[in-house]
Design a protein around this ligand. Structure first.
Ligand SMILES: [Zn+2]
Length: 592
């Protein structure tokens, strides 16, 4: 695993502005940098990056984190991948220590590493093996008349074949031995099987997984090759064979062509999700570059989340047959909880026995563009399907409709959409809105952070001011008069967060000189959200140096509160009961 000290070192040395600017162009604004938020849809920038504290915060959606969490959230990298990516940019070598508890590895960002560390060397070797195999398959395609004829027959141009690095795995059992002369040596054997390229049978004989197939390299979100899809040329089964799940390749995480399509998806403002490699190629051939395919799995929530990071509009394109409908329904189910009122999902069903490839060949590009434009919105598909499944002529059927719709509608967190769906259900079931609402109470809409922010402005507690100062500069802890802390008990959560923060600094005095955000060292989830919000408040100040003034002022106010309390206490005693010391104290307090 990666030592925490390295992560900290990395975060202090890497510049978050550079890191984010690689993906999202930033503009300087006062002491900070801003951009329109890459994590939610907005017209005016509320995504703010602090160079001095090395963190980002979005005042619109609350996204918050450091350079590593940005890479995880934005590029879909795992924790370990993000650390390596950042280190590579800094020319730093990631040290490895023996694999103990993996748990605290991801604690810095709250994200668990998806695989254990120490594996990076192997992963690198696997990528290399896959890459060499890809080159080999490409060479083989050039000399196979059969494979070329097949691609020509499917209208795949040489240009498209090159663009997608299409290859051909010859029909021999050990074709890859041509690339790896030590094919059967223990080391190569292990690498090839780990990469999913070779299989060892029960007799211990080793052979190539992909034989006599058109080969489609699959890239991850960093553009590294992580696996292959292979298609037969004739009618054999299985028609498609994918790499097995390996250390590099998780089907539920990867989408075919996602890496290359990202730009077009952003430019065109939507993505088309299709079922197969050939569909992606056919659409690319006709100028649709914003197309991705799932890899023989259902569309996962992870897929949808990754896609929604690039665009607000997803269009699923499925075959019109039973299998297509089923796949679409699965996709719908996985979308519901991820919808917001500014995102849209629709479904395009092609006529029976047609796939995008054959549709385009028969009808051309414009017809397909028309279909995309008129795809069925998610809500229409949802109710159409539910109506088909239940007999709405009977009370029992309508009751069942409500019963089936309930778990689906309750997943929708988008407030407006949620209400609209409820209205439609009311129309279909014949039940009135109020009755329905009793049966399926809507999720409370996510509280609007802007409103919360406004409310906060009115009442900022002393405790919060102290937290703000400590987060801005932990050095204030040395100037903090701890005797006064008893006076700032307005908000129990803030008080408890303040206590935890002080404890962290007491136990780790070296952190007092920490320049970058102290929350990089915050290893539990407790209070994290609150501290992130408080930390980001200073970002909005035109003059952050005013933190010092606020800190001193707060100490003064707390002192005066304590004095008043003490005075009241002394006044409550009769004068002749006061000791000499108390009398002097009272005199001193009254003079202030
Ligand atoms: Zn945002």
């Amino acid at each position: 695993m990666i030592p925490q000290s390295f992560i900290h070192d990395l975060l202090s040395r890497a510049d978050i502005v550079d890191t984010i600017d690689r993906y999202v162009p930033l503009k300087k604004a006062g002491a900070n940098f801003v951009a329109c938020c890459p994590f939610h849809n907005e017209k005016t920038p509320s995504f703010t990056v602090s160079q001095s504290k090395q963190f980002y915060h979005c005042f619109g959606c609350g996204a918050h984190g450091n350079a590593i969490s940005f890479l995880i959230e934005f590029s879909g990298l795992s924790f370990v991948e993000a650390v390596h990516d950042l280190a590579a940019h800094m020319g730093m070598q990631v040290p490895e220590i023996a694999d103990r508890a993996v748990a605290d590895d991801g604690a810095l960002t709250g994200v668990q590493p998806s695989y254990r560390n120490g594996d990076e060397v192997i992963q690198k070797a696997l990528v290399e093996v896959l890459y060499q195999s890809m080159q080999y398959y490409r060479e083989q395609l050039k000399i196979s008349d059969k494979a070329i004829a097949y691609l020509k027959g499917r209208d795949v141009s040489g240009k498209i074949a090159a663009q997608f690095a299409i290859g051909y795995a010859p029909s021999s059992w050990q074709g890859l031995a041509a690339v790896f002369p030590n094919y059967s040596s223990e080391k190569t054997r292990k690498l090839l099987t780990q990469a999913g390229l070779a299989i060892i049978n029960d007799e211990g004989r080793q052979y190539d997984r992909f034989r006599d197939r058109i080969m489609f390299p699959i890239l991850n979100q960093k553009g590294q090759i992580v696996g292959f899809g292979g298609r037969v040329l004739g009618k054999e089964e299985p028609k498609y064979l994918n790499s097995p799940e390996t250390m590099l390749f998780e089907k539920g995480r990867e989408l075919y062509n996602f890496f290359s399509a990202r730009r077009a998806i952003r430019d065109l403002g939507y993505v088309v999700v299709v079922e197969g490699y050939m569909d992606v190629l056919a659409l690319a051939q006709h100028g649709f570059d914003n197309v991705v395919a799932t890899l023989g799995t259902a569309t996962s929530s992870f897929h949808i989340q990754s896609l929604f990071r690039q665009t607000d509009t997803i269009i699923f394109c499925f075959d019109g047959d039973g299998a297509g409908r089923k796949a679409a329904w699965r996709a719908l189910e996985n979308c519901l909880s991820m919808l917001s009122d500014d995102k849209s999902v629709s479904f395009l069903f092609l006529p029976d026995n047609t796939d995008p490839d054959s549709f385009l060949r028969e009808n051309g590009k414009d017809a397909f563009a028309f279909q995309i434009k008129h795809a069925l919105p998610l809500s229409d598909f949802l109710f159409k399907e539910l109506s088909l499944r239940n007999n709405l002529q009977t009370s029992e059927g309508r009751a069942k409709l409500v019963h089936t719709a309930k778990p689906l509608l309750q997943q929708v967190k988008a407030p407006a959409l949620s209400l609209l769906l409820m209205n439609r259900l009311s129309g279909l079931s014949g039940m009135d809105r109020i009755e329905l609402q009793v049966l399926l109470p809507l999720k409370r809409p996510v509280s609007d952070r802007r409103v919360m922010k406004q409310q906060r402005k009115v009442m900022i507690s002393h405790c919060r001011r102290l937290l703000r100062a400590l987060l801005y500069n932990p050095g204030y802890i040395t100037k903090l008069n701890r005797n006064l802390l008893s006076e700032c008990g307005e908000n129990p959560e803030e008080v408890s967060a303040l206590k935890s923060l002080m404890e962290l600094l007491d136990i780790n005095p070296h952190l007092i000189h920490n320049e970058i955000s102290i929350l990089n060292c915050w290893n539990d989830d407790h209070h994290r959200d609150l501290l992130q919000i408080i930390e980001s408040e200073v970002l909005e100040w035109s003059d952050p140096s005013a933190v010092e003034a606020e800190f001193l002022d707060t100490m003064k106010k707390l002192q005066s509160l304590q004095d008043k309390k003490r005075m009241a206490e002394l006044h409550s005693k009769s004068l002749d009961k006061l000791t000499e010391d108390e009398k002097r104290e009272l005199q001193r307090l009254s003079m202030q």
